[in-house]
Write a protein of this length. Structure first.
Length: 458
């Protein structure tokens, strides 16, 4: 690794000081190799989180609108030879510190889509990207979550066109020599990219045979947590979650809704968030897919809830339902995010009632209502309404969401259209969608493809 530029994102949070010896081993290995490593201790860096405004595509192509450390890190990442993600394994995913930084990588790819490994992905903005290595730390071994972590690193590498990648999970309690051997191996190893079939198999399933404690009361109290970070426009997550919440209300449930952006970033909002969690029986977690996983705010909410639950006793476990939507036609690209939600439920002794995965969220909804004249020109969403109706009926009775809802949600929106044709049509419509939006900001066709960090590109 001599003379190679390396970026290391340190995703430890408050209370993770016990993981420092592992970071010391990594830094020592890099130093011995002669590489120039730039360390970003994320919890010490003041940085805003992505708000899903698409300004980095449509107003200042390739550069985030927020002039803070997030820009510097994105630039450092794309100009590096190797980017290392160092993080506690958090329910199979990254820490919220890593997610806040990683969500700001969006300017590094283009808004346009293409087919890559048989799936729809955003096209690369640059001709070269760094190798990606993920090093996760566990305090107790958990094979399922370690596997999720490794696949997440692989999906990130795929979506950001990394030439190679590798991922490893180490135990913080292992002997230093054992950890050192694992670090040495992952820094040079090339892992296989997790492609569609591997990810499809991750779609979480409900354990139908498992005997759950009786629900405290039905109807009960449901809390909708909207995980979209959007602040200036309606979100598809809010539309979908609101539909389910209204269905539950019609069935006699008490209902409440919170937006994570309004409650997790301020002290008084955090207290309100925990109080709302305490008084609910059923949590509906709805969010968009961000960089193959949960957005920063949703990951932060899971960390907050896990800590809160550990400090209080609960006779009747809370139920959890999750609904993820992404910007690709393949609904299964949400599988990793939903699997992380399921692991969160297991780790915190909640009852997992299932998850629904929806593709093409922005194309189908874009924050518009499910019904009404505003939907003119959008693909039909009858199958989405049917899926949500089936899910709402099950949730309203305190039951697991049946497989029928999952199948309906993943259907091609245009009846009788083969999926490959839907992929082609989606790409064509989506790529045309960005041009007039950019033009409204005086951004021309060629400017969309700007490479602001390419001056010192490798």
């Amino acid at each position: 690794m001599l003379n190679r530029k390396i970026v290391l994102l340190d995703g430890r949070g408050t209370g993770d000081e016990d993981l420092s010896p592992v970071l010391d081993i990594i830094m020592n290995e890099l130093e011995v190799s002669g590489a120039a490593a730039q360390l970003f201790p994320l919890r010490e860096i003041k940085m805003g989180s992505c708000i899903g405004c698409f300004g980095c595509w449509l107003k200042t192509p390739g550069i985030c609108l927020e002039p803070d450390a997030g820009r510097d890190m994105a630039q450092a990442v794309v100009q590096s030879d190797l980017t290392i993600l160092f993080t506690p394994v958090t329910f199979g995913g990254y820490s919220s510190e890593i997610k806040k930084s990683q969500d700001r990588w969006l300017p590094l790819i283009l808004p346009d889509f293409g087919i890559y490994h048989g799936e729809v992905h955003h096209l690369p903005r640059y001709s070269q990207y760094p190798r990606l290595v993920g090093i996760g730390i566990q305090r107790q071994p958990n094979k399922e979550e370690a596997n999720l972590f490794k696949m997440l690193v692989g999906r990130n590498a795929l979506n950001f066109y990394a030439p190679t990648y590798a991922a490893e999970v180490v135990l913080s309690t292992d002997a230093p020599d054992r950890i050192r051997q694992q670090i040495q191996a992952v820094l040079v190893r090339n892992d296989n990219f997790p492609l569609s079939q591997t990810i499809r198999e991750l779609l979480p399933t409900t354990e139908m045979a498992k005997v759950h404690p009786p629900i405290e009361r039905v109807p009960g109290r449901a809390l909708l947590l909207v995980g979209s970070p959007k602040v200036k426009s309606p979100s598809t997550s809010a539309v979908l979650g609101g539909y389910v919440l209204n269905q539950l209300k019609q069935r006699g449930w008490e209902t409440e809704s919170l937006t994570l952006r309004g409650n997790l970033l301020k002290e008084h909002g955090l207290a309100e968030f925990c109080t709302a969690i305490d008084r609910t029986n059923l949590i509906l977690l709805v969010f968009p897919l961000y960089i193959d996983s949960l957005p920063f705010l949703v990951m932060k909410s899971l960390e907050v809830m896990a800590e809160h639950f550990s400090n209080c006793s609960e006779k009747n476990p809370k139920r959890l339902f999750a609904l993820a939507n992404n910007g690709f036609p393949e609904a299964y690209q949400n599988a990793l995010a939903l699997a992380i939600c399921q692991r969160f439920a297991i780790d915190t002794n909640m009852i997992w009632l299932g998850g629904l995965a929806m593709g093409a969220g922005e194309a189908l909804f874009g924050g518009l209502p499910i019904e009404g004249t505003e939907r003119a020109g959008r693909p039909p969403v009858k199958h989405i309404m049917q899926a949500l109706d089936v899910a709402s009926a099950a949730l309203g009775n305190g039951q697991i969401v049946p497989p029928e809802a999952t199948k309906l949600m993943a259907k091609t929106p245009i009846p009788f259209m083969p999926f490959r044709l839907w992929q082609w049509l989606f790409i064509k419509m989506a790529n045309q969608h960005w041009r007039p939006l950019a033009a409204a900001n005086q951004v021309g066709e060629q400017e969309l493809f700007a490479q602001p960090y390419a001056e010192v590109e490798k």
